[in-house]
Design a protein around this ligand. Structure first.
Ligand code: SF4
Length: 445
């Protein structure tokens, strides 16, 4: 067979959207007869599935591509390709080809389904293949997929983003929002559950705006959650990412009443100052964000609330930063991903004056992290001697004598136990709460 006994290696950069795309790329390559290679050196096809959210990550990709030159000289039949968001930027395919001429395959996030043809064209004629649509494409259903976990799965529900936060490149490279029809989402999840999946993560750049683009039906994210919640055999429903602006009362109530939807609310606030939120074009104020959190807690007293925060956005003064610290204190987040603002070419914020010096950004993020860690630790202390339900995901990455899993609130729990528990939901009593993890032991029945 044309494609038999060949191996592929995919290196994934960036977010869960990219992880999901990698599963589809793997599925396509498997269908073509390729097997997953153990190491990059053994591969016949190497793909870098890239992210362009941070300019530093792009530079890393370019430098790693340079390092593949030797492999290509040793094996001229090797196909090296780059796909994902980075390639979707204007002029980037040409830049990559110039800096790494051994890269013969470049395709965007909307062109994944073309992979078999692109590879075949290279194999037959050895012509470099570049396939990048504009910024949008129709949604392709039923592409093959090689899922990473048998018990949990990522499921796309929307692609693209209409929000144009001033620091973010995503709308320019992933295009406008497009939702998958509910019947396609439901059917995919039913198939996954039939294959043993018990937890799904519904994915989109802004899941809360799901359905706004439908012209022929009226369905929103809350409606979709209600339908997914009805699927027999499914135990947990997560979603990522939620935008505070689009988090409606209907959605809060639906999440409250759908017993399978995890009561983990990850709501990126980004800043606590209205001036900065406006400059970021986030579409909400600190007051409306505080109201939203109060409402979530009113309906879900045990809600776990986490966030993302950017420090040192252009024009951020000490006073603005203190407002962020104050918001963090007022809300008492369970945890937060914090980032130092870095300019991203192609975004409006990259041209903003009043860029904050790096030293100040570093000092602020340290103060912020100290506060977040202190609050997170205090919240976690309350879990001492409590029993939590944990979906066991595998052996702990930090301690190979322990299993690791997640609570409904997405807290990491590690505890001793048999690997036969992987993929199951078990009760664990917390014996040692820490800042980032909860240590425990299996609850005796
Ligand atoms: S909501 Fe804002 S930060 Fe998130 S992907 Fe869209 S533009 Fe980027």
């Amino acid at each position: 067979m044309f494609f038999s006994e060949k191996y592929y290696y995919i290196q994934t950069f960036g977010c869960q959207m990219n992880e999901r795309d990698t599963e589809v790329l793997s599925g396509i390559l498997k269908q073509m007869g390729y097997q997953k290679a153990d190491t990059i050196e053994n591969a016949d096809i190497i793909l870098f599935n890239t992210c362009c959210v941070r300019e530093k990550a792009e530079n890393k990709v370019l430098s790693q591509l340079g390092e593949l030159k030797d492999l290509k000289s040793k094996n001229p039949h090797l196909i090296i390709g780059v796909c994902g968001c980075m390639v979707q930027q204007e002029g980037m395919p040409e830049t990559i080809r110039r800096s790494a001429p051994h890269v013969e395959l470049l395709f965007g996030t909307h062109n994944i389904h073309e992979l078999p043809d692109l590879i075949e064209n290279i194999l037959v004629a050895r012509n470099p293949q570049i396939s990048v649509w504009g910024s949008e494409g129709e949604i392709r259903e039923n592409l093959p997929s090689e899922r990473e976990y048998p018990f949990k799965a990522l499921v796309n529900i929307t692609y693209g983003c209409n929000n144009f936060c001033t620091y973010c490149i995503v709308p320019y490279v992933r295009g406008r929002e497009r939702s998958r029809y509910p019947q396609h989402v439901i059917s995919e999840i039913k198939d996954l559950v039939a294959d043993g999946v018990i937890e799904v993560m519904l994915l989109g750049q802004n899941v809360n705006s799901y359905g706004k683009d439908f012209k022929d039906i009226s369905v929103d994210f809350a409606d979709l959650l209600r339908e997914v919640n009805k699927i027999d055999g499914l135990k947990r429903i997560r979603y990522m990412t939620s935008h505070p602006r689009d988090f409606t009362d209907k959605l809060v109530k639906t999440i409250t009443h759908c017993e399978k939807v995890c009561k983990h609310f990850h709501l990126p606030v980004q800043a606590g100052s209205n001036k900065i939120l406006e400059k970021m074009n986030r579409g909400y104020t600190r007051e409306s964000y505080l109201e939203l959190i109060a409402k979530i807690r009113e309906y879900n007293p045990k809600a776990v609330i986490t966030t993302d925060i950017i420090v040192g956005f252009p024009g951020e003064t000490e006073e603005d930063f203190l407002q962020t610290l104050d918001l963090v204190e007022k809300i008492g987040f369970d945890g937060a991903f914090t980032f130092i603002y870095s300019t991203r070419t192609g975004t409006p914020a990259a041209k903003f004056k009043e860029q904050v010096p790096l030293e100040i950004k570093k000092e602020r993020i340290q103060r912020l992290n100290e506060k977040i860690n202190k609050i997170g630790r205090e919240i976690n202390e309350k879990y001492l001697n409590k029993s939590v339900e944990v979906l066991v995901e595998g052996i702990s990455k930090t301690n190979d004598q322990m299993l690791s899993g997640k609570t409904e609130g997405n807290k990491t729990v590690i505890f001793p136990g048999s690997t036969s528990l992987v993929g199951k939901i078990v009760n664990v009593v917390i014996t040692e709460p820490q800042t980032w993890i909860l240590k425990g032991k299996l609850q005796e029945i």
